[in-house]
Ligand binder design. Structure first.
Ligand code: HEC
Ligand code: SF4
Ligand code: SF4
Ligand code: SF4
Ligand code: SF4
Length: 578
C-alpha cells in the first residue's frame, strides 16, 4: 500500500516534471534569435523538422550518432579515458539494474519464466551491475575531490547526483546483506516452503544455511559436522534449491553480510531490513521524482542535444528550432567542465577570478537567467564580463560531449546581455569585432544603442583627464578629422594591443596610463568611436617619438603614427582658431 502510494506519487511527479521541462524548451526565450517567435510556431517547426529528418537520408546520421555518441560515448572517450570509464560504468550499470532488477516484474519475469531474484545468473548479475555503478561513483569522487581535475567545479547539483546514486546503491547492498543474515527470514521461508517438522531436519537445514548462505542463527555456530551438512543439503535440494542459488554469488551483498555478521542478530530483531527497504525505495522514488529538475535530466536532454545538433545547420534550420534547441541545450549540459578546460579565455579566469569566464560556469548562470531568476547587478556584471571576454574561438563547441553548439549560444545570448547595460567591456573585448561581423543580424537601433552607452561610459571615465589638456579639441568632429587626415584606417583596429606593447614610450613608464592619458590602442578605439576630443586630449600623441614601431607591427595596417600626426595637426589648428 505505502509502496504503491510512493511509486505512483513519484511517477506522477516525474511525468509532470518531464512535461513541464519539455514545455519550457518551447516557451522560454533565449537571447536574440527567439524574439517574436511564438510557442506554437516553435512546436510546429520542431514537429516539421523531426518529420523531415526521419524521412530523409539524415536518419542515417541520427543512427550513427546514436550508436557512437550516445551509446558508446565516443566523444568522452576521446577526451579522457577515466571519465569515459566512469560514465559507462554508472550509465550501463544503472540502466541494466533498472531493467533487470527494478522492473523485474515487467521485464525479467516476462522474458524468463523461471525467474527468481534469488537465483543465478540474476543474483550474480544484480551484484555485478550494482558494483559497476559503485565503481563509477568511486571514479567520479576520485576525479572531483582527489585528482581535482582542473576547471572541474562542483556545485550543489553535482553533490546531489553523487549522493542520491550512492544512497540507492549502498542501501541496496546493505538491504541484501541484512536479508542474507536474517534469521527471521529463514524461519519464515522454512515455514512457507518446506515440509520439514523434525527438529533434527530443521537443525540440518539451518546448519547448511549458516555454513553456505550466510544466515546468522542465534543457536547454531560453525564448525558443523560434515554429516549434518550433507543431511541439510538433501533437505535444501528438495525444498529450497529451485529458488535459491548460493548467496556467495551475491558477492557484494555477501561480503557486507560477513562484515555485519557480529551484529546481525541485533539488526534482524530491530527489523533493520524493513528500514533499509524504505530507505532504498524512497531514495529510488525521490531520484525518479526529482530527475527532471536535477542535473540527471541530462540523461534525457543530452542524447536529444547530440541528435539535434548532428542534423541541424545554422543556415538551413528554422530560427524557431534553433531557439528551442538552445533552451534544451541548457538542460543537456552536465557541468562536466570539458569546455572550460579548452577555453582560450580561461587564462583570464586565473587573473580576474570571475567564474563566469569559464564556459561551463557561464552555462550555469545562463540557466538561472533564462529561468527568470533575478541576478544581482554584481552577478550580472560578472556574467557579462565572462561573455564579452569570449574570443569566439569555438574550442568549447568542438569538445562538448553532449554536442552543445556553445558558439552559437554565446553569440545569440550576448546581444541580449549587451542590451541589459554595463557596456564598457564591449569596447575592450574581442567581441566588438565579432559583433561587427554579425551586425546585419541585429536591428540598426539596437546595434548602436550599446555603442552609444559604451561611448558615454568610456568618455565619462576619462573626463577628468581630457580637461587637463590645453590642446583639447572642442567641437571638432570625426568628419573634420577625416577631411584633414584623409586616413580612416583606425576603423580596422580590433584592439589587439600590439601597438601599445611595442611602443618604447609606453614601456618607459611604470604607470603609462597615468602618464600618457591614453595608450596607442585606446586612442585608436577613441577614433573608432568618434571620440576625437578624448583622443586629442591624451598626452600620448605629444610624447610619441614617431618611431613607427606601432604602425609597422599592426596586423590590421592601421596607420597609428600617421593618425597621431593627424590628431596633432588638428589640435594645433584648433589652438590657432581659438
Ligand atoms: C518459490 C521460491 C522459493 C523457495 C522454494 C524458497 N525461497 Fe527463500 N526466497 C525466495 C525469494 C524470492 C526470496 C527473496 C524475497 C525477498 O526479496 O524478500 C527468498 C528469500 C529467502 C531468504 C532471505 C535471504 C535472501 O536472499 O533474500 C532466506 C533466508 C530464504 N529465502 C530461505 C529459504 C529456505 C531455507 C528455503 C527452503 C526451505 C527457501 N527459502 C525456499 C524464494 C524461495
Ligand atoms: S568560444 Fe569563447 S567560451 Fe568557447 S572556448 Fe572559445 S573563448 Fe572559451
Ligand atoms: S557545455 Fe558541454 S563541455 Fe561544457 S560543461 Fe556543459 S556539457 Fe560539459
Ligand atoms: S610611433 Fe609613437 S606611439 Fe608608435 S611606437 Fe613609436 S613612440 Fe610609440
Ligand atoms: S596594433 Fe593595430 S589593430 Fe592592434 S590595437 Fe594597435 S592599431 Fe589596433
Amino acid at each position: 500500500m505505502v509502496f504503491n502510494v510512493l511509486l505512483y506519487t513519484s511517477l506522477f511527479v516525474f511525468i509532470s516534471g518531464l512535461i513541464y521541462k519539455i514545455s519550457t524548451w518551447f516557451s522560454w526565450k533565449i537571447g536574440f534569435s527567439s524574439r517574436g517567435i511564438s510557442k506554437s510556431e516553435r512546436l510546429i517547426a520542431a514537429f516539421k523538422g523531426m518529420i523531415r529528418v526521419i524521412f530523409s537520408a539524415k536518419i542515417l546520421i541520427l543512427f550513427k550518432v546514436f550508436i557512437l555518441d550516445v551509446m558508446c560515448q565516443k566523444r568522452i572517450l576521446k577526451e579522457d579515458f577515466l571519465r569515459w570509464a566512469m560514465h559507462m560504468l554508472i550509465y550501463t550499470g544503472f540502466v541494466l539494474l533498472l531493467l533487470m532488477h527494478a522492473l523485474d516484474k515487467h521485464i525479467t519475469s516476462f522474458l524468463f519464466s523461471e525467474y527468481y531474484s534469488t537465483l543465478n545468473p540474476f543474483l550474480f548479475l544484480r551484484n555485478f551491475f550494482g558494483m559497476m555503478v559503485i565503481a563509477g561513483l568511486a571514479i567520479a569522487i576520485y576525479r572531483r575531490f582527489i585528482l581535482k581535475v582542473p576547471r572541474l567545479k562542483t556545485n550543489s547539483m553535482d553533490y546531489y547526483a553523487i549522493i542520491i546514486l550512492a544512497v540507492i546503491m549502498i542501501s541496496g547492498f546493505f538491504l541484501e546483506a541484512t536479508k542474507i543474515t536474517s534469521f527471521s527470514d529463514f524461519e519464515r521461508m522454512v515455514e512457507e516452503f518446506s515440509d520439514v517438522d523434525e527438529k533434527e531436519d530443521v537443525r540440518a537445514l539451518e546448519s547448511l544455511w549458516v555454513h553456505e548462505f550466510g544466515t546468522v542463527s542465534p543457536d547454531l555456530k560453525e564448525p558443523f559436522e560434515l554429516k549434518l551438512l550433507e543431511h541439510g543439503r538433501e533437505i535444501h535440494e528438495a525444498n529450497c534449491a529451485t529458488c535459491h542459488s548460493s548467496a556467495k554469488y551475491a558477492f557484494a551483498g555477501y561480503a557486507v553480510a560477513k562484515i555485519i555478521n557480529p551484529i546481525a542478530l541485533l539488526l534482524d530483531r530491530a527489523g533493520s531490513s524493513n528500514i533499509l527497504w524504505y530507505i532504498h525505495f524512497i531514495a529510488c522514488f525521490f531520484g525518479l521524482a526529482y530527475l527532471p529538475f536535477s542535473k540527471m535530466f541530462h540523461i534525457i536532454a543530452g542524447p536529444i542535444s547530440l541528435l539535434a545538433n548532428a542534423v541541424m545547420e545554422k543556415e538551413r534550420s528554422h530560427p524557431a528550432n534553433i531557439a528551442t534547441r538552445q533552451v534544451m541545450e541548457l538542460d543537456a549540459c552536465t557541468h562536466c567542465g570539458t569546455c572550460s578546460l579548452r577555453c582560450s579565455s580561461a587564462v583570464a579566469f586565473d587573473a580576474l577570478d570571475n567564474e563566469n569566464i569559464l564556459p561551463s560556469e557561464k552555462m550555469v548562470s545562463l540557466k538561472s537567467l533564462i529561468a527568470g531568476k533575478k541576478l544581482s547587478s554584481k552577478d550580472l556584471k560578472a556574467v557579462q564580463e565572462g561573455i564579452y571576454l569570449c574570443t569566439n574561438c569555438d574550442r568549447c563547441t568542438v569538445v562538448c560531449p553532449v554536442g552543445i553548439n556553445l558558439k552559437e549560444l554565446w553569440l545569440n545570448v550576448r546581444e541580449d546581455l549587451i542590451q541589459k547595460g554595463y557596456p564598457e567591456p564591449l569596447l575592450l573585448s574581442p567581441f566588438s569585432f565579432v559583433r561587427g561581423l554579425n551586425r546585419y543580424d541585429i536591428p540598426a537601433d539596437e546595434y548602436y544603442k550599446p555603442v552609444e552607452a559604451a561611448k558615454q561610459a568610456v568618455a565619462g571615465r576619462f573626463d577628468s583627464l581630457i580637461k587637463q589638456s590645453p590642446l583639447i579639441l572642442k567641437g571638432g568632429g570625426i568628419e573634420e578629422f577625416n577631411q584633414l587626415s584623409g586616413d580612416n584606417t583606425f576603423s580596422y583596429c580590433f584592439s589587439c594591443n600590439n601597438c601599445t606593447s611595442v611602443c618604447p614610450v609606453v614601456s618607459s613608464f611604470d604607470n603609462p596610463e597615468e602618464a600618457l592619458g591614453l595608450l596607442p590602442h585606446q586612442i585608436m578605439r577613441c577614433l573608432g568611436l568618434g571620440l576625437i576630443e578624448m583622443a586629442s586630449g591624451a598626452s600620448m600623441i605629444w610624447d610619441c617619438l614617431t618611431c613607427y614601431q606601432c604602425q609597422e607591427h599592426c596586423p590590421q595596417n592601421v596607420n597609428v603614427t600617421d593618425l597621431f600626426f593627424g590628431l596633432k595637426n588638428l589640435a594645433i589648428k584648433n589652438v590657432k582658431k581659438a
